[in-house]
Write a protein that binds this ligand. Structure first.
Ligand code: ADP
Length: 499
């Protein structure tokens, strides 16, 4: 057991800031690393020490394993926290850190290897009698194997990259005639994105929910779960809004899924924090999808409902201590929801919108948390994920949490780049979302940027009318009652749609 007194955070932006904050709470010194274009980011300013690690491209900076380890040794840190993305699920990095005599705040390399490869994870988990999405248990080497799978399970099917993530290398195939070109393009996308062209196939579940479980495991074979996160609101198979608990959860189902999640993790001799992702069908049957062997973007919703600082627990486990809680000590209180605020164009297929944040007015107030790694004046560049901020709201009930989130989104103002804030507001207002009646196809089924655009045009028109009325009013007097009635009508429209 070793007390950790100094940590290097091998990451950037909001997650680096997030980790630094807990370190400060615990009296642990922090070291940040940054690429040349990131020198003005908050994670550089907030750390006790910060070192430039190279040029903007991730390969030359945040993915440069040796350089990061050299700095860790020079700065004499006890441990490295990898955050998410970049090197967080890289077993070679975890091993290099260990070999350098530094603690890796995450799982051992063997567990990352077992769970990081989606095919081996599926094999391992189904051997532990946990249901997995029906699929191939080996890479598909040629077209005939794919044809055979399609004929056996029926279409649609989903081609997936074994080493994949972030929805890349995924192709839905609706009929046999699409298979040849889909397989070819999935393989080439997987090769480019992950340097690994192995593809496997899953049955494409028609209307699932994505529900995942946060787990914690220590070095003594103990594992617990911290409940679920509902992550079905996605665009391009990537999450935008997450909440805990899920509206479909019952204590019995939570117990059943939570036990399966812990069992899945322990079957890989897992240690530290991790997430087991499931797809859940309309009958509440659940299927293992994959394991993320790191801290997730959406972990704050779990922290809000459990009042447990997951980064603190990660550090505690990495020090070699047993878990601080038993399963029966985990209590859930209220409801939390997170909106990921991205620099992207919600009117144009959510494409990234890069540039300088000229103005930023954040949201605050009771039970609102913001995790953000950029400030006014910083740039959203092409080199990294365009997430600006995570806004999290808590309430005693889902309804209260949703209203708080709406209020916070209304307060939030950004200028200089496009954001998805209006799209988030639209989702939170949607009847189906409010009723909790949705699945992973919510955006596909209901989202139409024209709706938001039309509202915006209506408002612009309204403002023009108000100006005309005002100008006319300067020139001549007119009926007071009508004026007041019209203005208040337009004003309430404005309040509803255009903030
Ligand atoms: P990645 O690691 O690339 O993020 P995942 O396996 O986690 O990929 O899947 C991401 C999302 O894609 C899921 O949340 C779900 O919406 C969709 N998805 C993945 N597999 C299936 C499947 N077999 N059937 C239906 N949807 C799926």
């Amino acid at each position: 057991m070793k007390k950790i007194k100094k940590i290097l955070i091998a990451n950037r932006g909001e997650i680096a800031v997030r980790v630094i904050r807990t370190c400060k709470d615990l009296g642990i010194r922090t070291v940040s690393v940054y690429s040349e274009i990131d020198q003005n980011l908050p994670h550089v300013r907030l750390a006790d020490e910060a070192y430039c690690i190279g040029r903007a491209t991730p390969a030359e900076s945040y993915l440069n394993k040796q350089k990061i380890i050299d700095i860790a040794l020079k700065a004499q840190v006890d441990a490295i926290h990898p955050g998410y993305g970049f090197l967080s699920e890289n077993s070679e990095f975890s091993k290099m850190v260990q070999d350098a005599g530094i603690i890796f705040i995450g799982p051992p390399p063997e567990a990352i290897e077992k769970m990081g490869d989606k095919i081996s994870a599926r094999r391992l988990v189904s051997a532990a009698s946990i249901p997995v999405v029906p699929g191939t248990d080996a890479p598909v080497m040629d077209l005939n194997q794919a044809i055979e799978f399609g004929r056996k399970y029926g279409y649609p099917i989903l081609l997936k990259a074994a080493g994949g993530g972030g929805g890349k290398g995924m192709r839905i195939v609706k009929m046999e005639s699409e298979l040849t070109s889909a397989l070819r393009s999935a393989q080439s996308e997987a090769q480019t994105a992950f340097g690994d062209n192995r593809i496997y196939i899953e049955k494409y579940l028609e209307n699932p929910r994505h529900i995942e479980f946060q787990i914690l495991c220590d070095s003594y074979g103990n594992g617990i779960h911290l409940g679920e996160r509902e992550c079905s609101i996605q665009r391009r198979h990537q999450k935008i809004i997450e909440e805990s608990p899920s509206v479909i959860m019952t204590p019995e189902l939570r117990d059943k899924m939570g036990r399966a999640a812990v069992k899945a993790a322990l079957s890989a001799n897992y240690r530290n924090a991790g997430t087991i992702e499931f797809l859940v069908d309309k009958q509440s049957n659940f299927y293992f999808l994959e394991m993320n062997t790191r801290l997730q973007v959406e972990h704050p919703v779990t922290e809000m409902v459990t009042q447990i600082d997951i980064v603190k627990e990660q550090i505690n486990i990495a020090e070699g201590n047993p878990l601080s809680y038993s399963q029966s000590q985990i209590n859930f209180r209220g409801h939390a929801i997170e909106c990921r605020i991205y620099a992207e164009d919600y009117e144009n297929n959510f494409l990234p919108s890069i540039g300088k944040i000229k103005k930023l007015k954040s949201a605050a107030g009771a039970f609102i948390r913001e995790d953000r790694g950029v400030d006014e004046g910083n740039e959203i560049s092409v080199y990294y994920d365009p997430m600006i901020s995570k806004l999290i709201a808590w309430g005693e009930t889902r309804d209260i949490a949703l209203k708080r989130m709406q209020r916070a989104l209304e307060e939030y103002k950004l200028a200089g780049i496009k954001t998805n804030i209006n799209a988030c507001k639209w989702i939170l207002n949607h009847k189906k979302f409010v009723e909790g009646d949705f699945d992973t196809h919510f955006i596909e089924n209901y989202y139409n940027p024209e709706i938001i655009k039309n509202k915006r045009d209506e408002i612009i028109e309204a403002i023009a009318i108000i100006s005309t009325i005002y100008l006319n009013n300067q020139k001549a007097s007119y009926d007071h009652t009508i004026k007041n009635k019209d203005v208040s009508k337009w004003k309430s429209k404005k309040l509803e749609y255009f903030r």
